[in-house]
Ligand binder design. Structure first.
Ligand SMILES: [Zn+2]
Length: 446
């Protein structure tokens, strides 16, 4: 028998595989490469010394957050009760003035701590100084997909656009020589902050290295106007298609889409990351998720940054995503629980081009696993585990978290990130953050 790393026993395993298979009173065995060796009802012979008894509780795939700005935890609560345009005018100059490598590490580490404790095992991140996020990924065990952030302005790096492109090329070369597919990404911020020629240059670089694209698109009515003015009346989706950036891209938000936009997204096999908490808080609108599903578009879920979504809570995102579509369509039968759960797991993995590795609990896949609290009041009783996960579960119900076979959260405590120090470090940075925001307000004459 091979050397096994870990086993989970007496589990109600919600696999989120193609058929939505659920195993009752089952065992999962993880081999020493961090992959799932076997899932079956009853006991399985194994050699693991780490054994978690789920005691009948739900065991499910780790959640995939397909759009976040982890380092933005530093600015949590400073973009409230305002629209996206005022939010950006306030936050972006403040970020540029105070962010450095150490500050982004501190913010990202807090974001990773919050994510892991809440059951998020993979995040597609978009933030400045992405080396910082990788440092946190190594330490925390969370899978963080990072990319150079591409803007026309200098940013906290600080790099002018041409230098930013050189840096991006070095980043992609490094990712390829290290075999790190999760870093083979570029993140052009949006079509409102980048012109046509810059977008085309980014597309050329991406094609040279086979890199994936992560971009904000069609988030607000204000953005649609900005993009139309800047790009000859076109929509963000049309601009991305015309500049060769749409194929296989991850489009964050996709709230304001025409029928033609949806067709373009489907034709280019791009994914939408729906961020319902951010969209509702900023009054950005309600995305056309049902229409996207009908068109065959892969829709993942995201929290967006903690200044716009305020937390890294994908359970809330699942709830809001389903309820908003039911309510606006006057049809409670749309968006059934398993479809919503897929958005937070396998669809996120598909958007990130890693659905062969993660996103569901299947033999041969990496062991990214959550064990939920069997004694949770809100998860008692459980008649339909998919409904329980989507409509009743929350972050407080996450008991253990495993990433690639490594136990990173156990009995609701982080085993990889020092909780106290991480919180303390960000608290200490609060004074600098507030001073930077006040300076921005002063220069804007507010
Ligand atoms: Zn965003």
């Amino acid at each position: 028998m091979s050397n096994d790393l870990l086993a989970i026993t007496h589990a109600r395993v919600v696999t989120v595989d193609e058929h939505g298979t659920v195993f009752d009173d089952a065992t999962i065995v993880v081999d020493n490469s961090g992959c799932i060796r076997e899932i079956a009802t009853g006991d399985i012979a194994h050699t693991a010394t780490t054994v978690i008894d789920a005691r009948g509780g739900i065991v499910m795939p780790g959640l995939v957050n397909a759009h976040a700005h982890l380092g933005m935890t530093l600015f949590r609560g400073l973009g409230d009760d305002m629209n996206l345009e005022d939010f950006l005018a306030r936050l972006m100059p403040a970020e540029i003035s105070i962010l450095n490598h150490d500050a982004v590490v501190a913010g990202t580490e807090l974001g990773a701590l919050e994510s892991l404790l809440g059951g998020i095992t993979t995040t597609l991140d978009m933030y400045y100084l992405p080396d910082a996020a990788q440092q946190v990924a190594e330490r925390s065990g969370m899978r963080i997909f990072s990319a150079p952030n591409l803007l026309e302005s200098d940013g906290p790096e600080p790099l002018a656009f041409d230098q930013r492109m050189q840096w991006s090329e070095q980043w992609l070369q490094q990712a390829q020589s290290d075999g790190n597919d999760h870093l083979n990404w570029l993140a052009p911020h949006s079509t409102y902050l980048l012109g046509d020629s810059h977008l085309r240059r980014i597309a050329e670089l991406a094609h040279t290295y086979g890199a994936h694209i992560h971009v904000h698109a069609s988030e607000t009515v204000g953005e649609m106007t900005l993009v139309a003015n800047r790009h000859h009346g076109r929509t963000p989706i049309q601009v991305l298609a015309d500049t060769d950036l749409l194929t296989d891209a991850v489009l964050a938000h996709g709230v304001h889409l025409s029928d033609e936009d949806i067709e373009l997204i489907a034709d280019h096999h791009a994914s939408i990351t729906h961020c319902p908490a951010s969209n509702q808080k900023l009054a950005s609108g309600t995305a056309r998720i049902i229409d996207l599903h009908k068109a065959g578009v892969n829709v993942a879920l995201g929290t967006d940054g903690p200044a716009s979504g305020n937390d890294m809570d994908l359970w809330l995102a699942m709830r809001l995503a389903g309820y908003a579509q039911k309510n606006t369509s006057n049809d409670p039968t749309v968006m059934p629980a398993l479809d919503v759960l897929r958005m937070a797991t396998i669809n996120g993995a598909r958007a990130l081009h890693v659905d062969h590795l993660i996103g569901s609990l299947e033999v041969g896949k990496a062991a990214d696993i959550l064990v939920l609290d069997a004694d949770s009041p809100s998860l008692t009783p459980i008649f339909d585990p998919h409904v329980a996960i989507v409509a009743s579960a929350g972050r407080a119900d996450v008991s253990s978290v495993i990433v690639n076979g490594r136990l990173v959260v156990h009995e609701k405590r982080s085993l990889t990130i020092n909780h106290k120090e991480t919180v303390q470090r960000v608290r200490q940075l609060g004074g600098n953050v507030m001073a930077a925001v006040k300076e921005v307000e002063r220069t804007r004459g507010k």
